[in-house]
Design a protein around this ligand. Structure first.
Ligand SMILES: Cc1cc2nc3c(=O)[nH]c(=O)nc-3n(C[C@H](O)[C@H](O)[C@H](O)COP(=O)(O)O)c2cc1C
Length: 229
């Protein structure tokens, strides 16, 4: 399923430089900015703090995401102090606490479920906030940082801890920081500490109508992968 390529010809497909660390694991089938390949989600974070300007630049990028009616339903609640990071870590599942504890910044993505202008439900609050989160992670990568998303958290606990109003929903948590040493991770996570691949573009796109054959092929590949792991 994953595509792998160490071929320098891949550079012709990219605007910008592919980072050394992702080069053995990722390639592009079509021309894109290298920034898309360079963003990935490690778990080993160094404790070095993120300076204000760099952190704000990450939120600035998220600001420019598109959204239905330009509602901008996303909110980012972040923790930097030891005290706040401890409060945020407390609502992560243990598997995520094990590595996210070292990240200097934790960000909870919260979305407003209704439109500000009429109070009616906003069906795209998830979608729009996901897009903004994507911008955030891409800018983090461009700033030399790493972001790792987590759905493994207790939303009720997060709501209570962060005093999130009923009209808003916590969607995901992101660990943000500089890359740490792989050896700092629990043993079972060390071997997973490398950029992942992707299925071919052709298995994600369908012209004119939904093609079930495309879906069947993707499922078959997943089974093969599972069998090999
Ligand atoms: C919304 C979201 C939730 C995720 N939840 C978790 C999680 O709880 N724990 C974890 O270790 N990784 C989590 N991930 C990371 C994904 O596994 C990772 O993004 C995916 O394997 C693709 O790898 P890449 O980000 O390095 O390209 C999450 C990612 C996203 C976007």
């Amino acid at each position: 399923m994953a595509t792998q390529n160490t071929n320098d010809e891949n550079d012709d497909m990219l605007n910008g430089e592919v980072a050394e660390e992702v080069r053995p694991f990722r390639d592009a089938e079509h021309k894109i900015a290298a920034a898309f390949l360079n963003r990935w989600s490690p778990r080993a974070f160094a404790p070095d703090p993120i300076d204000d300007e760099t952190l704000m630049s990450v939120f600035e990028a998220a600001r420019w995401a598109a959204s239905s009616y330009n509602e901008q339903p996303w909110r980012f609640v972040y923790a930097r102090s030891d005290e706040d990071r401890k409060r945020f870590l407390d609502f992560l599942i243990p598997g995520n606490q094990a590595w996210a504890k070292d990240a200097p910044v934790l960000v909870v993505v919260v979305a407003r479920k209704t439109f500000t202008f009429n109070g009616k439900p906003n069906a795209t609050h998830h979608f729009d906030s996901g897009c903004a989160s994507g911008y955030m992670t891409l800018q983090a990568s461009l700033n030399g940082l790493y972001a790792h998303g987590m759905v493994g958290f207790d939303p009720d606990k997060a709501r209570a801890t962060l005093e999130i109003p009923d009209d808003f929903v916590p969607l995901a948590v992101f660990a943000l920081g500089h890359r740490g040493a792989t050896e700092s991770l629990p043993a079972e996570l060390r071997e997973r500490e490398e950029p992942s691949g992707r299925r071919p573009v052709a298995e994600s796109i369908m012209e004119g109508r939904f093609h079930l054959a495309t879906e069947k092929k993707a499922e078959a590949d997943t089974e093969i992968d599972a069998g090999n792991s």
